[in-house]
Design a protein around this ligand. Structure first.
Ligand SMILES: Nc1ncnc2c1ncn2[C@@H]1O[C@H](COP(=O)(O)OP(=O)(O)OP(=O)(O)O)[C@@H](O)[C@H]1O
Ligand SMILES: [Mg+2]
Length: 334
C-alpha cells in the first residue's frame, strides 16, 4: 500500500498555544481515513495544514512523495468540502460542479462530460440545470461533494461534511460517501467528532486528543483494543477497574453482567460485589448503575447495559454481583 500523504513531526502553534503537537501520520492511498476526537483537539487545524491553508509551525507534509509543506493550496491538487459547503447560488448545479474544471481551463466538451459523469456518481444528473436553493440539504451536500470530486483530486478532504444534515440523512450520506469512495478509489481524509460515523466509514481511524494522536488503526482494532483510557472512554467503554496486581482494565457496559442470585462472570474473569444505585429504563435495555470496590481497593461506579427481559427484579439498594467473562476484559496501557 502506498502512502498518499504524510505528516512528519508536524506542529501548529498559535501564540503560546500548541493546537497540533508534533504529529506523525501516514494517509494510505485509496483508503478513507478519519480524524476523530473531541472539539478542539486539532482535527481542522491538521486538515487545513494538509490542504495548504495554513503552514505548520514545524515539521513537514509530503503529498504523493513530494515535500509540499510550503506548496500553496491550488497547487496541491486536492478537493475539499467543509461543514458549510457554500455552493455558488447564481450558478446551476452543473456550473457549480464544473467550476474547478473551468478554472483549470478544461475545454467545454470535456468539462460537460466530466460534470455529467460526476453528477451521475452522486445521483443528481436529473438536477443538473437547477439552482442550489431549490435543492434539499442532502442534495446540496452531494453537489458540494461532486464539485470537489470533479477535478479528480489526489486527495479529497472532508471536514464534518454531514454535520448540517438531519440525523437520518446523515446516516444515509455515510453510506453514500463510502460508495463513492470505493467506486472512485479516491483517497479521502474525513474529519468528524462522531465515533459512530468514524467506525462506520473508516478504513483507518486516527484518534486525537489535545493536538496529539492517541491511536491509529482499523475501526475493528481500535474499538476492540483501545490503547488507553482516553480512547476507551471516547468509544463508550464505561467501566474502568484496577486488578489486585495493578493492571488497568476496561469493560463495555453491554459486557458487564449484573446478577442478584448467582455470581456473574467467571472465576478467571471479573467478579465484584456491589450495590445498585440507579436503574434506568431505556426501552430495549436497562442501564444499571452499581457502586462497588475493585480488587485494588478503589471505589468504582459501574454501568451495565442489561438487555435480558428477566431482570425486572433489579432495584436500587439491592446487593448484587457484577461480572464479565475473561474475553470481555480489555487491558489498557495507561
Ligand atoms: N487561528 C487560530 N488562532 C488561535 N487558535 C486557534 C486557531 N485555529 C484553531 N485554534 C485553536 O486550536 C485548537 C484546535 O482547533 P481545531 O479547529 O483544529 O479543533 P477541532 O478538533 O477541529 O474541533 P471541532 O470539533 O470543534 O471542530 C482549538 O483550541 C482552537 O481554539
Ligand atoms: Mg473542526
Amino acid at each position: 500500500m502506498s502512502i498518499a500523504a504524510e505528516f512528519s513531526g508536524v506542529s501548529q502553534v498559535f501564540g503560546d498555544f500548541t493546537a497540533v503537537d508534533s504529529i506523525d501520520l501516514a494517509i494510505t492511498e485509496g483508503k478513507l481515513t478519519t480524524l476523530l476526537g473531541p472539539s478542539g483537539c486539532g482535527k481542522t487545524t491538521s486538515l487545513r495544514m494538509l490542504a495548504g491553508y495554513s503552514a505548520p509551525s514545524s515539521g513537514t507534509i509530503t503529498i504523493a512523495g513530494v515535500d509540499s509543506t510550503r506548496t500553496p493550496p491550488e497547487k496541491r491538487g486536492l478537493g475539499m468540502v467543509f461543514q458549510s459547503y457554500a455552493l455558488f447560488p447564481h450558478m446551476s448545479v452543473a456550473e457549480n460542479v464544473g467550476y474547478g474544471l473551468k478554472l483549470r481551463r478544461v475545454p467545454a466538451a470535456e468539462r460537460q462530460k466530466t460534470v455529467m459523469e460526476t453528477l451521475d456518481l452522486v445521483g443528481l444528473a436529473h438536477l443538473a440545470g437547477s439552482k442550489p436553493k431549490k435543492l434539499s440539504g442532502g442534495q446540496q451536500q452531494r453537489v458540494a461533494l461532486a464539485r470537489a470530486i470533479a477535478i479528480k483530486p489526489k486527495l479529497l478532504l472532508l471536514d464534518e461534511p454531514l454535520s448540517n444534515l438531519d440525523a437520518r440523512l446523515r446516516v444515509q450520506m455515510r453510506a453514500e460517501i463510502r460508495r463513492i469512495q470505493s467506486e472512485t478509489g479516491l483517497t479521502v481524509v474525513l474529519v468528524t467528532h462522531d465515533q459512530d460515523e468514524a467506525l462506520e466509514m473508516s478504513d483507518d481511524m486516527v484518534l486525537m486528543r489535545a493536538g496529539r494522536i492517541m491511536q491509529q488503526g482499523s475501526p475493528q482494532d481500535v474499538f476492540r483494543g483501545p490503547a488507553n483510557r482516553f480512547v476507551a472512554d471516547f468509544l463508550g467503554y464505561e467501566n474502568f477497574v484496577t486488578t489486585a496486581d495493578g493492571r488497568a482494565i476496561a469493560i463495555r457496559p453491554e459486557h458487564l453482567e449484573v446478577s442478584a442470585a448467582t455470581p456473574a462472570g467467571s472465576a478467571d474473569g471479573l467478579r465484584l460485589a456491589g450495590t445498585i444505585t440507579d436503574v434506568a429504563f431505556r426501552g430495549v435495555d436497562l442501564l444499571v448503575t452499581v457502586d462497588a470496590v475493585d480488587d485494588s481497593g478503589a471505589s468504582v461506579r459501574l454501568l451495565s447495559d442489561v438487555r435480558s427481559t428477566g431482570v425486572d427484579t433489579l432495584a436500587v439498594g439491592d446487593t448484587v454481583t457484577v461480572g464479565a467473562a475473561p474475553g470481555r476484559l480489555v487491558a489498557l496501557a495507561d
